[in-house]
Design a binder for this molecule. Structure first.
Ligand SMILES: Cc1ncc(COP(=O)(O)O)c(C=O)c1O
Length: 400
């Protein structure tokens, strides 16, 4: 994918790379069409494999191409494909690159949908899966077998916010001739560019920070031309194409990624430090905190941070629920990465079906709250959290 803005800085690429100024439009118009007139050029594109040819919108559309180009430009990747969801990007990529008899190493800290696909579905196709510690690249190395093909990680995990040492992980993959894949959804390309650290493929749920407004579901894979070309025909077979209208929204969202992310990061860092000093809080996970286990590795891998924050409220899950239900401004919902602050307790939502002892082992202990910090005024967010913590405290006192 050629990008005439490739020598420009991040903010300029976010605004202009991939955006198609058709008929002089300042943004890519929406092409609500399922099919395109077959011209000589399109017949040639079809004969050449159809990738990046707007023939039929399950293959590519003008809008999906714009999005793929923009994400590739932001990640410093050669090529990319757009999908109907993050899960579609993940499953299509893995089904394209793995065959019966192959083996993949991943981590139980990966997103629940990814973990479920790996543990419940891949084995049905004769693909072996081993789980290792995302914080310890040597555990991934120890799990490598003769038939291993892929090492799969996430930059920043959900909901404990463990940081993967992507440089060390890529070195392990390179040493063993394996494909290194990372889900960079939580960190975003504003904070971390895994390709520059040696990763082969980078996946995003575009639903989160890239879209940024909680109004769409999308997925993207970017990486080497060769690997993306292997994935494209499986996208065509599996049918998880991104529709043009969603791509328009996603492209629009990404044009302000660089403007939104510093506020997400600053707000979440400020709330993390205030929470740390609050008597109702047992512990706080945020990459900016000196007290945080992965602080040092985060400064190297994703130095600008992200808006994700998690904390443990004294009094267990019941106190956490009282706190959450007392919030007036902050919205109780799953998902993340939008301009509005969202909060959830993993025990009754994202991790409901994970046994308590498995949750505890991962660090999701009673009282755990995950928060996607938005870009509202930080004083309003803190005032809401403070009054809700006071309510939770009053509940604890009545119980005592
Ligand atoms: C890290 C991560 N990857 C992938 C996904 C799946 O994305 P989608 O919901 O767009 O399919 C999610 C969803 O929450 C996620 O958090």
């Amino acid at each position: 994918m050629s990008d005439k803005y490739s020598d420009k800085r991040f903010a300029t690429r976010a605004i202009w790379s991939g955006t198609q100024n058709i008929e002089g439009a300042a943004s890519t118009p929406i092409f609500l069409t399922s099919t395109y007139r077959l011209t000589d050029e399109r017949y040639q594109g079809w004969a050449d494999g159809a990738q990046h040819t707007a023939l039929y919108s399950r293959l590519s559309s003008i809008n999906s191409e714009g999005v793929a180009q923009k994400v590739a430009a932001l990640e410093g990747a050669e090529d990319g494909e757009t999908f109907a969801s993050g899960m579609s990007a993940i499953t299509t990529t893995l089904l394209a690159l793995l065959s019966k008899g192959d083996h993949i190493v991943a981590s139980p800290d990966c997103y629940g949908g990814t973990y479920g696909f790996m543990t419940e579905d891949l084995p049905r196709f004769g693909i072996e899966v081993s789980m290792a510690d995302i914080r310890d690249p040597s555990s991934y190395e120890a799990a490598i077998q003769e038939n291993t093909k892929i090492l799969y990680v996430e930059t920043l995990t959900n909901p404990v916010l463990k940081v993967c040492d992507l440089e060390a992980m890529a070195a392990v993959a390179k040493k063993h001739g394996l494909i290194a894949i990372v889900d960079n959804t939580f960190a975003t390309p504003w904070s971390c560019n895994p390709i520059s650290m040696g990763f082969d493929l980078v996946i995003h749920s575009g639903t989160k920070y890239l879209g940024g407004h909680s109004d769409l579901i999308a997925g993207i894979v970017v990486g080497s031309k060769e690997l993306v070309a292997e994935i494209f025909p499986k996208k065509v077979h599996l049918g998880g194409a991104a529709d043009p209208h969603m791509c328009y929204l996603l492209e629009r969202g990404m044009r302000t990624l660089h403007a939104r992310m510093p506020i997400h990061a600053a707000n979440s860092a400020e709330l993390a430090s205030r929470l740390e000093a609050h008597p109702m809080i047992e512990s706080v996970n945020h990459t900016s905190l000196l007290s945080y286990t992965d602080h040092e590795v985060a400064q190297r891998i994703m130095p600008r941070g992200s808006g994700m924050l998690s904390y443990v409220i004294k009094g267990g899950d019941e106190a956490a629920l009282r706190y959450m239900r007392a919030l007036e401004l902050i919205f109780e919902a799953t998902s993340l990465g939008g301009i509005e602050s969202l909060v959830e307790c993993p025990f009754n939502s994202s991790h409901m079906f994970v046994p308590e002892e498995v949750r505890a082992e991962a660090g999701v202990i009673p009282g755990f709250v995950r928060m996607s910090v938005g870009i509202e005024d930080v004083e309003d967010l803190w005032a809401d959290m403070h009054q809700a913590l006071t309510t939770a405290n009053a509940f604890l006192e009545t119980r005592a």
